[in-house]
Design a protein around this ligand. Structure first.
Ligand code: ASP
Length: 599
């Protein structure tokens, strides 16, 4: 991703990183920040930096005196302007790792445009040094953003949004903005609310996503809508979530699910090719939700891990091991997976996995190792010859392998087996890191049950078309209803989700009432949607892709904060500007709000 933008202005002829060998022997003026100064026994060099990269400035008897004096005085991050002649470096000094590595600017005259005070965090980071803490980086984000890695990330993000716009425009989409001040929306998280001065006691909500607006846009005849949309959710932040994040938000009229898939695959292909120079193979694989849970214990499986879950209930009940019999007689199952080569894992590692399984909600994880000496692990003495033969036949376990086992109801064992599968695979280097595995997860259930409260909630959101759009079935047996809903998963990460929407008002009412809303509440909250659906609504569907995660993955970053210019901390604070902040009592009075310090 070279930055060849035409950057010539009255201050400079080109970006610092753009002066390659084709500039040799020409006069040039550049401007940028002092990245690093080196003094090699009377020979002075300064690396000057801007977003395009670094250029070596060299000083000597071709430099005027005032510039040599200034050189002595330069601080890191001063902003300077240098004019001189682009010279070829001697062969021994060529740096093939830099776009400007074959040349240097032999400075005739240097000006300082702005002075930098001593830096609270370094921009030029010697490679062996660790980055400053996240807190310091966010507090001094302006300096942090100057680091070449962050400049690369900003640029990559731009290339991704640019490719998105280009692909969607080619596919007939219109970019439409939707309101930020809106009414509470139903994506399942807490809303950020904004008090209204003109209507005291009333509040706007910031959108959790433009879900209803995009459905109203296609109902309004727009046909194909997209937006690079800000979404705001006031959640207790889990690792690497942000209270405001960005989605590539998409909606289309007159489509079935496969139309949405084809559109999105074209878009991802363009993004991957523009951003990474790689060709994607399409169509992406499809995996029904129930099958994903059965084979991997999760609806976002990482298919780069070759191991699959196996149902061991028939083989392992009745062998005399109480935990297995107890789980099976309570209606649960015994499931597990074989980690190839895992018999070499130490006892303490394996015990540690047990803790991970418990953290994920299971009672624990058991294991059976098979080695040349036979079987080991807590259930081993119950594994007679016949059971051993059945296990080998069912799981393919070989000498040197380990079988991890979790017993219990699926809603407890699935998360535990998922965590173990991913965790152990990483430790045993069993993840095919060089592969890219894209996957559509399809046929989500319409609803799911909260196992703690027993409540029923939409598995994705409430505006999804059931495969069988029968209001009576939705009322009687909601958990049996599947939906035309899908997720896009890349290497075990959910990149986005979407659905075909429910465009039948009576079915939409049945869905909203199944999640516990009264007819009055339905009218008050969603009357505007149902009203719009009374006057001719096209079948429609869409998808929303999380831009931050997408770019972070493409940038090889582990944190989405690295691809957001001004992110919040994990405690939802803006450290740079100091938000959230208090406001003056008069402003609160105007809003009719009084702070109750006890509250
Ligand atoms: N609005 C949904 C979300 O934010 C995505 C969609 O169904 O298009 O998850």
């Amino acid at each position: 991703m070279t930055d060849s933008a035409p950057l010539k202005t009255r201050y400079r002829d080109a970006g610092c990183g753009q002066l390659d060998a084709s500039w040799a022997d020409r006069d040039a003026v550049v401007a940028g920040w002092v990245h690093r100064r080196r003094d090699l026994g009377g020979l002075y060099f300064v690396d000057i930096r801007d977003r395009t990269g670094l250029l070596q400035l060299s000083f000597g008897d071709w430099t005027d005196e005032s510039s040599l004096n200034l050189l002595e005085d330069l601080n890191p991050e001063d902003v300077i302007q240098a004019r001189g002649i682009v010279g070829r470096r001697p062969a021994a000094a060529i740096n093939p790792g830099m776009s400007t590595g074959e040349v240097e600017l032999q400075v005739a005259h240097l000006d300082r445009l702005s002075v930098s005070e001593p830096l609270p965090i370094l921009v030029y980071q010697p490679p062996e040094e660790e980055l400053p803490s996240d807190e310091l980086r966010l507090q001094h984000r302006v300096l942090d953003l100057r680091r070449p890695e962050m400049q690369h990330n900003l640029r990559l993000r731009h290339v991704v949004t640019d490719a998105t716009r280009a692909s969607l425009t080619e596919q007939g989409f219109l970019e439409v903005e939707t309101p930020l001040l809106t009414r509470q929306t139903p994506e399942g998280a807490r809303d950020y609310i904004v008090p209204s001065r003109m209507h005291q006691g009333r509040f706007f909500a910031l959108p959790q996503s433009p879900q209803l607006y995009k459905q109203l846009l296609v109902t309004g005849g727009c046909d194909r809508y997209f937006q690079i949309a800000k979404c705001l959710r006031d959640e207790d932040l889990r690792a690497d979530r942000q209270p405001e994040f960005t989605q590539i938000d998409i909606e289309m009229a007159f489509v079935e699910q496969e139309d949405v898939f084809e559109m999105a695959e074209r878009m991802f292909t363009r993004i991957w090719s523009d951003g990474l120079g790689e060709e994607l193979e399409t169509p992406f694989a499809h995996l029904p939700h129930a099958e994903a849970l059965e084979r991997y214990g999760t609806d976002k499986p990482d298919l780069r891990i070759p191991w699959e879950l196996i149902d061991l209930t028939d083989v392992l009940t009745g062998i005399g091991f109480g935990i297995f019999d107890g789980a099976a007689s309570a209606g649960g199952r015994i499931r597990g997976f074989v980690a190839r080569g895992g018999a070499a894992l130490s006892r303490s590692r394996v015990d540690h996995y047990n803790e991970r399984a418990q953290e994920a909600g299971a009672k624990g994880a058991l294991w059976l190792k098979r080695t040349s000496e036979g079987w080991s692990g807590a259930p081993a003495r119950f594994v007679g010859e016949e059971t051993a033969a059945e296990l080998v036949a069912l799981t393919g376990i070989d000498e040197g392998d380990i079988l991890f086992i979790v017993a219990g109801p699926d809603h407890e064992s699935n998360p535990a087996l998922d965590v173990l599968r991913r965790y152990v695979a990483r430790e045993l280097d069993a993840v095919a890191e060089d592969e890219s595995r894209w996957l559509w997860i399809t046929e989500f259930p319409l609803f799911e049950k909260d196992w703690d409260t027993g409540e029923i909630a939409p598995a994705q959101h409430a505006f999804t078309m059931p495969v069988n759009p029968d209001p009576a079935l939705i009322a009687e047996d909601p958990l049996s209803v599947t939906a035309h809903a899908y997720d896009i998963v890349y290497n075990g990460m959910e990149f986005g989700s979407g659905s075909i929407r429910c465009h039948y008002p009576d079915v939409q009412r049945a869905i909203l009432s199944a999640i516990g809303l009264t007819p009055q509440q339905i009218e008050a909250r969603f009357g505007f949607l149902l009203e719009a659906f009374r006057y001719g609504v096209p079948p429609h569907g869409g998808v929303a892709v999380g831009l931050d995660r997408l770019v972070a993955v493409m940038a090889g970053s582990t944190s989405i904060r690295d691809v957001i210019a001004f992110p919040k901390t994990a405690a939802a604070r803006g450290l740079l500007e100091g938000s959230p902040s208090t406001v003056e009592p008069e402003e609160l009075a105007e809003l009719g709000i009084r702070i109750d310090p006890q509250g």
